[in-house]
Ligand binder design. Sequence first.
Ligand code: SAH
Ligand code: SF4
Length: 355
Amino acid sequence: MKTLYDFTLEELQNEVKPSFRAKQIYNWIYKKYATSYDEMKNIPKNLKVELEEKYPMDICKIIRIEESSDGTKKYLFQYKDGKTAEAVLLLMKEKQKDENGNITKSEQYTFCISSQVGCKVGCTFCLTAKGGFVRNLTPGEIVTQISYLKKDNNIAENKSVNLVYMGMGEPLDNFDNVVKAIKIISEEDGLSISTRRQTISTSGISTKIAKLGKLNLGVQLAISLHAVDDGLRSELIPMNKAYNIQSIIDAVREFPIDTRKKVMFEYLVIKDKNDDTKSADKLVKLLNGIDAKVNLIYFNPFPGTTYERPSKNSMMRFQEYLLNKKVICTIRESKGIDISAACGQLKEKEQNGNS
Ligand code: SAH
Ligand code: SF4
């Protein structure tokens, strides 16, 4: 069933008459964060009744929030069919230039949002994969993660937010719904989060990277690379057998990227698997000629996994190797480590009935 959150502004303008009502409704849900038709004071009652019947707004609720001492908050959303997905709010420092050209650092929100309940890709290091694939999220279910997080944290409508599609699921495996969500989220009369502030993270479905590139939406790209040879990458990400490293690199080279931005390569570091200097060297060679930045991620262990977290020393060594070869490389801070750090872990807790 289509819900009110599944409409681009243009679609809503075609649906409600007179069409200026569409902007008013958009204003209510995406600027004032209304979650029911009742709250829309300037919309005629009969229109609200009609819309409520056709396009419900009551599509999700937040059933759990965990807050970490560093300000990270994990939200668990539940949808009408009882399925759950999570979104995370991260507080980061971002460099900004003031009117005198001085660089200042200000607090910046980043929302990490889910695109599916579960995931089909089946990465052996990922907790989300363990539960298998359940279903795609609808555009509205993706969009409401953002409006609900803004509302819950009293974030002003015009405060810019960064979005990363790095929660549960493989965004390019839910292509149409994610593209629709990107459009709704970037509507100026709505949440107004520019596509430049939206980053799609993918495990590397090369054909879909090419398809996304052709749409020229202006979104940023993050590739979950994690390994530099196909043998290990296929162990970590079984789909690599169909879409190998070279096919991903080729797709990235074709992808239209904002000239001020770089393609991010995520590299999950696992002790004694991919943390050696030889891998670092291969990575440098692989990225040769690509405007890339590498983000190293500590593997976050969970019960039942045989993989181990790398030492801080090996992370630093890996980073230094890349920096020496002039490859931009950061180490992802383990935000929210005291709550339920890696992707999928909040949901896991809920299912186990822990509190
Ligand atoms: N499916 C997409 C986006 C969601 S996964 C993708 O794979 O890119 C988002 C990130 O969570 C990925 O970069 C992945 O490497 C990371 N992740 C998954 N399991 C993890 C774990 N156990 N420890 C640390 N990061 C993990
Ligand atoms: Fe899916 Fe990403 Fe997890 Fe792999 S890491 S199973 S692609 S969510």
